[in-house]
Design a protein around this ligand. Structure first.
Ligand SMILES: [Zn+2]
Length: 355
């Protein structure tokens, strides 16, 4: 391993070099050092700073708009898929999809960014694959928030090279029923809390999720029971039961509106919200977002899962996912990326930001 990367090399080769540096969450010092050294050597026009094992770099050319590109440097634990392995036009290995292809594209753009059309900020961060409190973006937002601000955020997570806009919110609730214990031999003396959930389950079964269109993106909501618990013993009428329900809601609803909706759906039941995260509106009408979509050439699609895009949206910025790789292969042992997708994403960002 050489001690710097050639950032002017083909982004495919850059991806390979990044994949071949182990960087499981919490162990990103080596890759962060490598990224920082390489940027300092090949992109002296950038202002560079460090926050833990995150590396931040930006241009300060006084342009009218600023675009923020973000990519995490960590991977999930290695699973007999390290180092990388090239088979024809496919690159295999841990991090090829999630998300060192995206990181490589960002580095290649950073090296060429001296005369970019917009001011650019590059955020290479640590600990994305683990709990939110340790996520590098949480720390950066606390300590260096101005480094995250701009007119558009592009999170270069795998999106099959299409622009995925916004993301759906998520909310978990518990529906609790109570009854009265009794011996099952004299069941009429009690009240069965598990039976009490029957009506809630019927409402779930009959539920028709919304499929709203926002800025041309089609979202698809969900309302699913994900856990059920209750029961005392094999001969006791149970006096308590709990049904856990997960709601995925389109970003035209706030967390408060989603909660209000669930309280209406389960009217008459005891409902407690246990977990929530707001979605992110696609914000595709913003001028910088329009330019990106034009450069990408396709139709943007809705992001259905929750990603760090929502953090940027919470800062009031339009934010999209755009990166090489099939997201359904992320975190799998057979993680692999067709190398043309890396080239394709690089070409789109080059058209959008540099040409
Ligand atoms: Zn990822």
């Amino acid at each position: 391993m050489s001690d710097t990367l050639d950032l002017f090399a083909d982004p495919i080769d850059l991806t390979t070099s990044l994949v071949d540096v182990r960087s499981v969450s919490g162990e990103e010092a080596e890759i962060a050092d490598l990224v920082e050294r390489s940027l300092r050597l090949h992109a002296p026009h950038l202002e560079i700073t460090r926050s833990g094992n995150s590396v931040l770099a930006r241009t300060n050319a006084g342009k009218q708009r600023r675009v923020v590109l973000a990519g995490h440097l960590d991977t999930v634990p290695i699973n007999q898929n390290f180092p990388s392995r090239r088979e024809g036009e496919i690159l295999h290995g841990c991090g090829t999809v999630d998300m060192k292809g995206g990181d490589a594209v960002m580095l290649a753009i950073a090296a060429l960014s001296e005369n970019a059309r917009h001011d650019l900020t590059f955020v290479f961060y640590d600990c994305e694959e683990i709990e939110a409190e340790r996520n590098g973006l949480t720390r950066i937002q606390r300590e260096l928030q101005d480094w995250l601000m701009g007119d558009l955020a592009i999170v270069c997570e795998p999106s099959n090279g299409t622009v995925e806009a916004g993301c759906q919110g998520t909310m978990r609730i518990e529906i609790r029923t109570t009854g009265k214990r009794a011996h099952t031999a004299r069941a009429w003396m009690g009240r069965n809390a598990i039976h009490g959930l029957g009506e809630a389950l019927r409402r779930l079964e009959a539920y028709e999720p919304r499929r709203p269109e926002i800025d041309g993106c089609h979202y698809h909501e969900g309302l699913q029971a994900v856990r059920i618990s209750g029961g005392v013993a094999g001969n006791v009428v149970p006096d308590e039961a709990v049904l856990t329900v997960n709601h995925r809601f389109a970003p035209d609803r706030t967390v408060e509106q989603a909660e209000q909706h669930l309280r209406e759906v389960f009217e008459g039941f005891d409902v407690t919200v246990t977990d929530q995260a707001a979605g992110a509106l696609p914000g595709l009408n913003a001028p910088a977002a329009q330019e990106l979509i034009q450069a990408a050439g396709g139709t943007p699609v809705a992001k259905l899962g929750w990603t760090d895009v929502a953090r940027f949206a919470a800062l009031g910025m339009p934010a999209v996912n755009f990166g090489p790789g099939d997201p359904t292969l992320a975190h799998t042992q057979e993680e692999n990326v067709p190398v043309q997708q890396i080239t394709g994403c690089f070409d789109v960002l080059k058209r959008f930001l540099l040409d």
